[in-house]
Design a protein around this ligand. Sequence first.
Ligand SMILES: [Zn+2]
Length: 453
Amino acid sequence: MKIINHIIDYNFVNSFDINTLRESLSIPLKSEDIYFTSFTCVSSDISKVYTKSLIKSIELEKEEILFFLSDIQTRIKLYNLSLQSKNSNDINHNNIEEFFNIILKKSIDNRCSDIHIEAMNNSMIIRFRIDGILKIFYVFEKAFFVLLSSYIKLISKLDITQIRLPQDGRFNKEIENKSYDFRVSSMPTINAESIVIRILDKQNVKKDIKSLGFSSNIYKELENISKLKNGLVLISGPTGSGKSTTLYSLLKLLNNSNKKIITIEDPVEYKIEQIQQVSINEDIGLGFNKVLKNILRQDPDIILIGEIRDKFSLDIALQASLTGHLVLASIHSNSSVETLSRLVDLQADTYLLSTTLKYVFSQRLVLLLCKNCKKKGCTVCNFTGFHNRSSICEVLKVDENISSMIFLKNDVKLIKEHLKNTNFVSILDDGKEKVKEGLTTFDELYKVVCDEI
Ligand SMILES: [Zn+2]
């Protein structure tokens, strides 16, 4: 994290030949008297770059050095805009608007889901969450934080003077002729406010189920859901495992004019045509349970319950699937079999459960090796070696055997034993296929699957 303690003066960097800096693996920070301060790494060769003999080296990873020397024109531009807005009375916010628009464009170009803007002890940082991982993209002077956060609060219609309480807002921006919605959260911390911007990319709900990277046996079972007239289908996994994207792409698969589809979401983030979406709004008394209680009067064919979170939502899901509806829902749990014990923990009626439950999918997202560099690091993957993610999954199909085991409240161990004698493919085995194909690594696979089990 040394990068957050030293603000790189990109005008100074620009006085050197950038290619030479890249070759030497160093970033010059400042020249003082007889000293020269520079970021370096173990493989740096700075003899060609600096004439002064006394070098103060601050060590960074090689990939970090290359990353902070990449996209150099943007970095120079952002650095100067931050200085200009700090040093002038930027009454019309022209500099800061230009600065912020560049940040937004960069975040979208990098498929970022959230932008984090935070004040540190001596600096402010901008981090992008890409493929689930946060990475520091830019570091600026701490004094710039107030200017930027005030501008963001202004365009999000938040109270600029309020810095002691959390606030939520939204704004919309046109970026390269495409309209984007952004959800903003400001939270007081001991340093300053922390600003987090969620990018609501409508493309997320338009994703075809084929594009999510499921292996062919999983994809076949997902397709089979469209043949079901009723029953309960669960997608399980921890937060950030891609459950919502799978559920939305399933809706896309099931959506046609002969079907009435209702969703209960907290809140609705993406509008989908032809689907009746209900957004939970506790402030006006439109709670999750209230919607659930009334949903069957809307004569739906398919119901999507954002998340089964308690006995009440589970009971409604079971009742609805028993009375001729197809119910799709997500649930927090580690594996398909453990989902069954989670349902029993929620005091599910095992008769109802054994009759209505059709499938439990358990999924995760694994990082894919960057196709451009295969783990060596390049500008495509921001020197991380990975680019994009793919779904790995296991599916528990509730056949007669499993159904009776659920009804008899058999222990999870027994069900696991039974599955060993069937052609059940665990999520780990599904992931191993992706390693064999050279798409990801064992390390990454074990990180996402085994760390939680
Ligand atoms: Zn790469």
